[in-house]
Ligand binder design. Structure first.
Ligand code: MLT
Length: 312
């Protein structure tokens, strides 16, 4: 019956490779999560799921690109909490986050860590706060542009210590991490999926996590609350989207393929080694992602407005 109503084109969707756009540069946390999930989904769908990086403007360029793409099931977007925060950070977006996409499901919720270049003097988070307050005009912090997770975490940090630092924007925290390790930039708040190994290898310093309990993969890194910065909490949830109007027959193939990928032992193990866990079957659904996006747009709007100068 599906073939009859959906037309022959969808009898055996997908018939050709699928592109998943990552709205940040290659080598960063979003890219890492997406490549692991895409690789696993390819097995279930019987077609290559190819990752395309489209960075810029804190993820809004890549999101806009997918919002305008042909809704045929062959262009998807893997984006994170930035889809929600950008709605309040940008006065004019090329897309309406609540009307430009169809939803496949939630993918993972990633913790963040405040990290610094290896030569950064402070030895703990309190020391960082004191140093940053005393040297605000000299300390610069890296992010992936307004609307990125690293921007959001930076905003929360600066708001918490009432000190504004100079932001150095990158197309993703992959390239930003390279500069942090080289000392070209001083501090960054980034996702465990990007910085866990560099912290373990002592290529960068870690001061506190944005979680209520310590990250199992990083047992020696205190939580923000433990380290003297209560309320420094944020989880970077990720979702898989399609352009609005994507045939239901395609979505109905993508949802189980996503759920299967999130239970793939390779994905589960790699996520764990990078400090995160895959979303459950209940969360890897269109309804759960839609509900999350709607509630998060509402939640962050007043926080961003209250952050004012720290949000730009
Ligand atoms: C961010 O929002 O900071 C991005 O996740 C960075 C990235 O994925 O490169």
């Amino acid at each position: 019956v599906t073939a009859l109503f959906a037309g022959p084109a969808f009898a055996e969707y997908p018939e050709r490779p699928i592109t998943v756009v990552v709205p940040f540069a290659a080598g960063g946390p979003t890219d890492t999560v997406t490549r692991l999930v895409a690789e696993s989904m390819s097995k279930d769908l019987g077609q290559q799921v190819v990752v395309e990086n489209a960075g810029g403007a804190g993820g809004t360029l890549g999101a806009g690109k997918v919002a305008q793409a042909t809704p045929d099931g062959y262009t998807l977007l893997l984006h994170h909490i930035g889809m929600a925060t950008s709605a309040s950070l940008y006065r004019k977006l090329a897309y309406d986050p609540l009307n430009a996409f169809d939803y496949v499901g939630l993918v993972t919720d990633v913790p963040m860590i405040l990290v610094a270049k290896p030569t950064f003097e402070p030895t703990d988070l309190k020391g960082v706060v004191d140093y940053v307050k005393a040297n605000a005009d000299k300390v610069n912090y890296a992010n992936a542009g307004i609307g990125s997770a690293s921007h959001l975490c930076g905003m929360l940090f600066m708001s918490a210590i009432k000190t504004k630092l100079t932001a150095v924007p990158y197309k993703g925290t992959g390239p930003a991490l390279t500069d942090l390790m080289g000392g070209q930039v001083d501090v960054m708040c980034d996702q465990s999926t990007n910085v866990t190994n560099q912290i373990k290898e002592k290529k960068i310093k870690a001061y506190g996590t944005t979680t209520k309990t310590r990250i199992p993969a990083l047992p020696d890194v205190p939580t923000g609350a433990e380290a003297g910065l209560p309320g420094f909490e944020v989880g970077i949830w990720h979702g898989l989207y399609a352009p609005k109007g994507t045939p239901k027959a395609a979505i109905d193939k993508l949802v189980p393929a996503l759920q299967k990928a999130l239970k793939d032992p390779v994905v589960v193990e790699r996520f764990a080694s990078l400090g995160t866990v895959p979303s459950s079957d209940a969360d890897a659904t269109p309804a759960a992602l839609e509900a999350k996006l709607k509630s998060e747009i509402a939640r962050w709007k007043p926080i961003i407005e209250a952050a004012g100068e720290y949000a730009d």
